[in-house]
Design a protein around this ligand. Structure first.
Ligand SMILES: Cc1cc2nc3c(=O)[nH]c(=O)nc-3n(C[C@H](O)[C@H](O)[C@H](O)COP(=O)(O)OP(=O)(O)OC[C@H]3O[C@@H](n4cnc5c(N)ncnc54)[C@H](O)[C@@H]3O)c2cc1C
Length: 460
């Protein structure tokens, strides 16, 4: 097992602009010396920089994944920032091509202004870059859709020799390019399939977790989009189930100037569970500000009400707060048995609950390295927020470790863009297309230029 301090590092104090090291978003890892970072201005420059690089090369987006994904150690290594490659490159009837460094909020705003949306529902936040999000399998919820990368039609990237490849969804290697952890090359543009905007009405509810095993399947089969937060301590589940809005509901949204409509009737059934969670989070983080960002991630469940809005207004409502997050995908068919096992574990050992367990299911993905490759999958998500002083609750981390172990034993596969203990997984067994992926990698990067220490170990 990986040492707990290596896996979940402390957060560094606020950065001094003079600081020579570049940190990741969570500020828990030094990625590289700032003079190793090259801010690319165009694709041609990117080709030259990659072709000329003598050391290792990693490409960064918003740096929201764990630091080890991007960390470089040696003089001569290069960390490439492609954030200047942003915006719309081409618009077609059913697709839009974005530069790879475009942040997701800009993708969503652009599409919304065109009265279009992606078939994939969004995750909770939208500050990731498009390339960073697809490269790790970023996803939202709903069995009728899958990850963001599953909406890609073409991916343009620069390989280790500096050559441009335009990989289209008709080519066999597309399934490798869809989720490649930055190991095939630097993505410069992504063409996304779009569809006309649909409005959703989201029904929020609170229920007992007694039948969660069957309820979860039922919600996901009956509703277009479904997300649940499981509070094992209170034996409660808070659920957001959404379907397409009716003409009357759409009218209400238009009358609200296209803003999210929060229906008047509120429900206080989650309030006690939220108060208890808040108390635990306060004890764990020592953050005194009542409106502190981590607290707002749960206070929104108090006095909840149904809402009407577009998919981004309804689901992309997260508050990005420094955290350790783990998310493990389990084949949907196995999810009820795994929930039952987690219940038994909870009853037996009453682990410390820092935050509720987040349950999101997706349909099958085409990407070879997506945990949901060719099968509907339930993702079990866990979060521990950083304390004011940069530490993490020991009990919270103990819970994360035990939960990950339990899910790994059940054949779970971790989200690549979050935290995970790589020693728990046998990748070639979990991913039948593992060696096919490696063959594509060999073609794009025969010398392993895009592999830092963590990637080398992971893919070896
Ligand atoms: C607060 C928070 C909330 C989150 N919510 C969700 C969620 O709801 N759903 C979900 O699925 N995930 C979620 N995530 C995970 C997140 O989506 C991933 O970590 C994602 O990879 C971050 O994108 P980024 O732009 O920060 O990429 P980075 O962290 O910068 O990079 C991630 C990977 O992508 C590669 N990469 C980046 N840009 C390029 C490029 N141009 N070409 C080739 N490779 C590239 C990097 O090399 C690296 O391997 C969340 C993370 C946080 C911190």
């Amino acid at each position: 097992m990986t040492d707990i301090n290596t896996l979940f590092p402390r957060r560094q104090p606020a950065t001094d602009p003079q600081e020579p090291a570049l940190l990741n978003w969570a500020q828990n890892a030094m990625l590289a010396n700032k003079n190793a970072v090259i801010h690319i201005e165009n694709e041609q420059q990117l080709q030259q920089v990659i072709a000329a690089a003598a050391g290792k090369v990693r490409i960064m987006g918003s740096r929201m994944s764990s630091g080890r994904m991007l960390k470089l150690r040696q003089p001569g290594d290069t960390l490439i920032d492609i954030s200047a490659l942003r915006g719309v490159l081409a618009v077609e009837e059913d697709s839009v091509t974005f530069a790879a460094g475009t942040q997701l909020h800009e993708v969503f705003e652009t599409l919304t202004a065109m009265n279009r949306m992606l078939h994939a529902s969004p995750g909770v936040i939208d500050s990731q870059t498009l390339a960073g999000a697809i490269s790790t399998g970023t996803h939202g919820q709903g069995l009728q859709q899958s990850s963001l990368a599953d909406e890609a039609l073409r991916i343009r990237l620069v390989d280790a020799a500096g050559t441009i490849h335009e990989v289209s969804c008709q080519q066999p290697e597309f399934a490798a390019a869809q989720l490649a952890l930055g190991t095939l090359g630097a993505i410069t543009a992504v063409t996304l399939r779009t569809r006309p905007t649909t409005l959703y009405t989201c029904f929020k509810s609170a229920s007992s977790a007694d039948n969660l095993e069957t309820d979860l399947l039922d919600w996901n089969q009956r509703w277009a989009l479904s997300k649940a937060w499981w509070f094992p301590q209170e034996n409660k589940v808070h659920t957001w189930n959404a379907r397409e809005s009716t003409p009357d509901e759409r009218e209400r949204w238009r009358n609200n100037h296209g803003n999210l409509v929060e229906l008047e009737e509120t429900d206080e059934q989650m309030n006690a569970a939220v108060d208890k969670t808040l108390q635990q989070m306060r004890d764990d983080t020592h953050i005194v500000d009542e409106n502190g960002k981590p607290f707002r991630t749960v206070t929104r469940f108090k006095d909840f009400s149904d809402v009407i809005g577009d998919v981004y207004q309804v689901f992309c409502r997260g508050i990005a707060t420094p955290q350790i997050n783990i998310e493990i995908g389990i084949p949907l068919a196995r999810a009820p048995a795994v929930i039952a096992r987690m219940k038994a574990w909870y009853q037996q050992s009453h682990p410390h609950m820092h935050y509720p367990i987040i349950l999101r299911c997706t349909g099958p993905s085409q990407a070879w390295l997506n945990p949901a490759w060719q099968q509907a999958t339930c993702f079990f998500g866990f979060v521990v927020y950083y304390a004011e002083d940069g530490s993490l609750s020991a009990d919270g981390l103990a819970f994360l470790r035990d939960a990950e172990q339990l899910l790994a034993q059940e054949g779970g596969k971790p989200h690549w863009g979050k935290y995970f203990d790589a020693t728990l997984y046998d990748w070639p067994t979990l991913y039948p297309q593992w060696s096919a992926f490696q063959q594509v990698r060999q073609r794009f990067d025969p010398q392993g230029k895009f592999l830092n220490a963590f990637m080398t170990e992971l893919l070896s």
